[in-house]
Design a binder for this molecule. Structure first.
Ligand code: PEP
Ligand code: MG
Length: 884
């Protein structure tokens, strides 16, 4: 096996498509090298070494040492410098690089190869002793922290004392002689704590760093990040060893991060930030406020510093050419890191850039129009679930507000929440107190990842658009305002001060991550408009997909939202949801608690007009699209009165003694209501309930059809059917009611009667059931519950353990269990269609909005999926991807 792959000097042994082996960073460094883009020479130790390392008691393959030495010799040859040399030393960086980017989660060591001798060589070559000794002390600090596991506060103390002794406050005020003294004290400290000296042997340094990077694959941060992002542990990381270039050798040096297009808006403009005379990590750390690469309208007005375009036009020209070359080559927006050493540009990284959903849409649509990619590729590139970000509210422009400050719009969207000042507090408030929080920090670091994840929004007082907070928030789709320098945070007292106000932990603020504004209190929000690139992509999507997308909706608001999002009908109207209104619940309770048919009919007569009006509104909103109305389904106890006052109220309404109500209440108690007296069993035992609902449906249908002249397409759906006989009886009753209404009104409409498939028995006997049912809708919530024998309401506590232990990969209530529940669906579809070839098939469980489940539905030959209104666009896109 080959373990090490070299790159640099216009050649490379790797390629971009070798990510699994070389990690993202290594593969792309090789690719850039092959493209003739200036990359400091180096080599990548493959992810297979990581796998070997963990499978063999943290040891390396036998031949690794020789391969590393040979690759190192190549770098020396390319640059004409020697590792550990006293004359002109080669210094290297050692970095992790996994298949998927894990920003800041693993270890990095810079300036490796410095020791008491080579530091002098560096000083001579750079003609700058201060720079050389500063680099050496940084290296000792970093190496000690990462490899020797000596806490960095030890070094900070020494540094603070050195500044105090000299009577200065800034690091920059220390000269070479001061740094030499600091270094001596650093080394003493290491020897003290470690019982042996800081390693002077550069090869020992190199192997220590390689081991630390492989070791960091298993640190807590990295493990947590992998869990949050579904990255398998088995992938492992590669290690990249690369010649150092310096962005901190003077004012003709710089370092920065840039994107080929704007990652926030998607605009086709060169977007990035850099710092003059700085080292790589300084940009991402957000410690200094960076300069822009290009003059961009709004940003330029904000920034008082010149853009690279203005102050380093030559470098800018070269960088801009590389931008175009890389984007054309990768055919996607790139996120690049670079360093300029003494006027010479070096590329340190390129990768597919993270972007907001808004930007992703714009970039995909623009690139398809530019001819860089096809429309199908554009569709494939958008993660359906990410559309959710666009469907979220923005601030109501008319709402009053109190502006606290304005800073960088680091991640779009609006959010309100209670202020907390640490990531731990954020997790505690959200998990324990069930509060919504805004995390306010000076800057964030990878340790804050858990707290950032649970926060509604993130506000930082330092750092730019590429600071840790900004990058991570954009990835999570969490609104973020960064670099709010006006805000003073007193973490100890848990107070922030801004605009003459004091805001304490627990006070509410609102962030607008699209404008960078921060407001006091909660500002009302409004729904977004579905226009522009979103609408364009959705048009393309609709030409590709074959699955129809409907919505689960019962209120006029939900139905209207569903239409706005492109729903092609209602796939599930849960009629029981219509009875929780205070005006109706009493009549509902009266109906349930009546102990005879007469009492039930009296109560149902009160409900009929309400129900009819509900359906009139739905039919009107859906304008000729199909509306699947499910007759009453839930266990009756859900409607029972709970308090004495409620019992008294029902008794009064029904004109009976409270005692009677109480005893009926007790009689209706069920040990296992989900498997009890519910669904079509209600229709079988109390036929008058479904009769009333059927009457309401047909009266409404006749009314709307007559008034509007449009066709109305009611699909009457029976829940929880397990036997064909159930359906036969109920369909007969429904047909009878329809005929009665049509005769009374002297007007008929077309309708169908179908069933839900929610029980394994129904799936297996689908052939018989299809003789009566005109359509099937898979109720996969119940079908999952009944197939697994696992309560949909009570599985939360153990399903997490099941997933953690690898028994089930995903929660089967969130993503369809294709092997088990899916098999029942395949069987039911096949047997149903064998009986009735044109049988219409749909799904209306939660899975109807889950992209993986939608792909399954496509394969199983379903006609439509139905999901909650907000997921309709997600389902449309997922359906198109499934059809590609
Ligand atoms: C289902 O069971 O999947 C379904 C859609 O019905 P409900 O969730 O109302 O039981
Ligand atoms: Mg159900």
């Amino acid at each position: 096996t080959k373990w090490v792959y070299g790159f640099g000097g216009g050649r490379a042994e790797g390629r971009a498509d070798m990510k699994n082996l070389l990690g993202g960073k290594g593969a792309n460094l090789a690719e850039m090298s092959n493209l003739g883009i200036p990359v400091p020479p180096g080599f990548t130790i493959s992810t297979e070494v990581c796998t070997y390392y963990y499978q063999n008691g943290e040891t390396y393959p036998d031949t690794l040492r020789d391969e590393v030495m040979a690759a190192l010799a190549k770098i020396e040859e390319t640059l004409g410098r020697r590792f550990g040399s006293v004359e002109d030393p080669l210094l290297v960086s050692v970095r992790s690089g996994a298949r998927a980017s894990m920003p800041g989660m693993m270890d990095t060591i810079l300036n490796l190869g410095l020791n008491d001798q080579s530091v002098e060589g560096l000083a001579r070559r750079a003609n700058d002793a201060r720079f050389a000794y500063d680099s050496y002390r940084r290296f000792i600090q970093m190496y000690s922290d990462v490899v020797l596991e000596i806490d960095h506060h030890n070094f900070e103390e020494i540094l603070d004392e050195a500044k105090e002794d000299k009577g200065v406050t800034q690091d920059t005020e220390l000269d070479a002689e001061d740094w030499k003294k600091v270094i001596a004290r650093y080394k003493d400290k290491v020897a003290d704590l470690l019982g042996k000296p800081f390693p002077q042997d550069v090869h020992e340094q190199l192997w220590g760093a390689i081991g630390a990077v492989f070791g960091s694959w298993m640190n807590q941060r990295a493990i947590r990040y992998r869990q949050l992002n579904d990255i398998p542990e088995s992938w492992g990381t590669a290690v990249n060893v690369q010649a150092m270039v310096f962005g901190n050798m003077g004012n003709d040096c710089s370092t920065g991060v840039c994107f080929t297009r704007n990652p926030s808006t998607g605009d086709n403009e060169f977007y990035g930030e850099f710092l003059v005379n700085a080292q790589g990590e300084d940009v991402v750390a957000g410690i200094r406020t960076p300069q822009q690469i290009t003059i961009l309208g709004k940003e330029a007005q904000r920034s008082t510093l010149p853009a690279m375009e203005e102050c380093q036009p030559e470098v800018f020209k070269e960088l801009n050419a590389i931008r175009h070359k890389l984007e054309a080559h990768y055919r996607d927006m790139q996120d690049m890191e670079f360093t300029v050493q003494q006027g010479r540009l070096w590329m340190l990284q390129t990768r597919t850039g993270k972007r907001t959903t808004k930007a992703a849409l714009k970039i995909a649509v623009d690139m398809a129009r530019e001819g860089l990619i096809t429309r199908k590729e554009a569709i494939r590139r958008i993660d359906p679930v990410s559309l959710d970000q666009l469907l979220h509210p923005t601030l109501d422009p008319k709402a009053p507000r109190t502006l606290l400050t304005r800073a960088l719009p680091a991640s779009p969207g609006a959010a309100a929440g209670k202020v907390v000042f640490t990531a731990e507090e954020a997790e505690a408030w959200v998990n324990d107190k069930k509060e919504k929080v805004i995390l306010v920090r000076v800057e964030t670091s990878p340790e804050d990842i858990g707290g950032m994840h649970v926060s509604e929004g993130i506000l930082t007082t330092r750092g730019g658009m590429t600071s840790h907070a900004a990058v991570v928030a954009r990835g999570m789709g969490t609104p973020c305002v960064a670099g709010a320098g006006d805000i003073r945070i007193d973490t100890a007292a848990k107070i922030m001060r801004v605009a003459g106000k004091e805001i304490r932990e627990g006070d509410v603020i609102t962030l607008d991550g699209s404008t960078g504004e921060v407001f006091l209190g909660a500002v009302p929000t409004i729904q977004p408009e579905m226009t522009g690139d979103f609408a364009t992509l959705m048009e393309w999507v609709d030409t590709i997909r074959t699955l129809k997308v409907r919505a689960n909706a019962e209120t006029p608001l939900d139905a209207a939202t569903a239409r706005k999002f492109g729903a092609e009908g209602i796939g599930l109207c849960r009629t029981e949801h219509m009875f929780f209104d205070p005006k109706r619940i009493i009549a509902m309770r009266e109906m349930i608690l009546a102990d005879n048919e007469e009492g039930r009919r009296a109560a149902l007569a009160k409900l009929l007009p309400f129900q009819r009006q509900d359906f009139i509104e739905l039919f009107e909103i859906m304008r000729g699209l199909p509306v699947t109305i499910r007759l009453l389904d839930p266990p009756l106890h859900e409607f029972l009165p709970h308090t004495e006052a409620e019992i008294a109220e029902v008794a009064r309404e029904a004109g009976v003694e409270p005692e009677l109500v109480r005893s009926r209440n007790a009689a209706l108690h069920e040990a296992n209501p989900m498997l009890g007296h519910r669904g079509c069993r209600l229709g079988i035992t109390y036929p008058e309930i479904y009769e009333m609902q059927a009457r309401a449906i047909f009266e409404a249908a006749v009314h709307v059809s007559r008034e509007t002249g449009r066709s109305v397409v009611p699909e009457v759906m029976i829940p929880l059917v397990g036997a064909r006989k159930e359906l036969d009886l109920l369909k007969a009753a429904i047909d009878k009611e329809a005929q009665a209404v049509f005769a009374e009104q002297n007007y008929a409409v077309h309708y169908t009667v179908g069933t839900m498939i929610e029980l394994p028995r129904a799936a297996l006997l689908a052939g018989e059931i299809a003789e009566t049912a005109a359509f099937f809708s898979f109720g996969t919530n119940d079908l999952t519950q009944t197939t697994f024998g696992m309560s949909r309401d009570d599985s939360g506590p153990f399903i997490g353990v099941y997933r953690a232990r690898g028994i089930y990969e995903r929660d089967p209530f969130a993503s369809l269990d294709q092997a088990g529940v899916g098999e029942l669906i395949r069987i039911a579809a096949e047997r149903g269609r064998a009986t009735r070839p044109g049988l219409k098939l749909g799904i209306c469980g939660e899975h109807g909005g889950d992209p993986a489940s939608i792909a399954f539905c496509q394969k199983a030959g379903l006609d439509y999926v139905s999901c909650s209104p907000y997921r309709v666009p997600i389902a449309r896109l997922a359906a198109a991807q499934a059809a590609l």
